[in-house]
Design a protein around this ligand. Structure first.
Ligand SMILES: Cc1cc2nc3c(=O)[nH]c(=O)nc-3n(C[C@H](O)[C@H](O)[C@H](O)COP(=O)(O)O)c2cc1C
Length: 207
């Protein structure tokens, strides 16, 4: 039984191009393996704890094996619960529109909350940073109004794809497939054709 976590970063739901492709992937995945457990995190419909001074103090208390105050521990527990929900998946699907060259702020917020020492990365003087996740894969479905193709040579203004890849590698997810549906600032027929081409590619992916 495999666990698939879908993280939805677009707020526009039925009008979203990235969500349409992600939904097609989820349908395909359920048809292929009805036993697959699918968890969905809609980043626009989830309470994310503030990553504030209390949380940062808690993070350093964990890193330096120091005692945290009860308030710090309570904040940390909220973040750990989300990180463990994230870590529990074998496969990840992200729908990620480009926002101001990067990713929507709710996705950045989520990443800041779940990327935790002791949960998905660690640091020691001897080894430096070490990723803790293993044997996982991710599918990234990107959209953008402009044409920002998938690498290896990403556009210098593209902080969407290189950022997602870097973050995933930091926590140990290196088996990454990227699909860009772009440009979406085009006549509707052209956008529809790009979206359909992306959906047609899904069948060949191991998800
Ligand atoms: C706040 C905001 C910022 C955006 N910034 C960019 C950008 O920097 N570059 C770009 O090409 N498109 C940008 N876009 C356009 C979206 O990436 C584009 O409409 C995309 O197709 C949305 O995907 P979705 O339908 O899956 O939500 C932005 C859209 C919004 C709402």
């Amino acid at each position: 039984m495999s666990r698939l976590l879908y993280i939805e970063a677009s707020p526009t739901k039925d009008r979203s191009t990235s969500i349409a492709v992600a939904r097609a992937l989820l349908d395909l995945s359920r048809r292929r393996d009805p036993e697959t457990v699918v968890d969905v995190i809609d980043l626009w419909d989830i309470e994310l704890p503030h990553f504030d001074a209390e949380m940062i103090e808690a993070k350093f208390a964990v890193l330096r094996a120091r005692d945290a105050t009860p308030a710090q521990r309570a904040k940390w527990a909220e973040a750990v619960a989300l990180a463990q929900r994230f870590n529990a998946a074998d496969k990840y699907v992200f729908s990620v529109p480009m926002w101001n060259f990067g990713v929507p702020y709710r996705l950045k917020h989520f990443i800041d909350v779940v990327t935790l020492p002791g949960e998905n990365w660690t640091w020691s003087r001897a080894e430096g940073y070490r990723a803790l996740l293993k044997d996982k894969k991710a599918l990234l479905i990107y959209t953008s109004a402009g044409a920002y193709p998938v690498g290896p040579d990403y556009d210098a203004a593209d902080f969407q794809k290189p950022y997602m890849r870097r973050w995933l590698a930091f926590i140990g997810i290196t088996d990454v497939t990227e699909i860009a549906v772009a440009p979406t600032l085009d006549v509707p027929e052209a956008v529809e054709a790009r979206k359909q081409a992306a959906i047609d590619r899904l069948a060949a992916l191991p998800f």
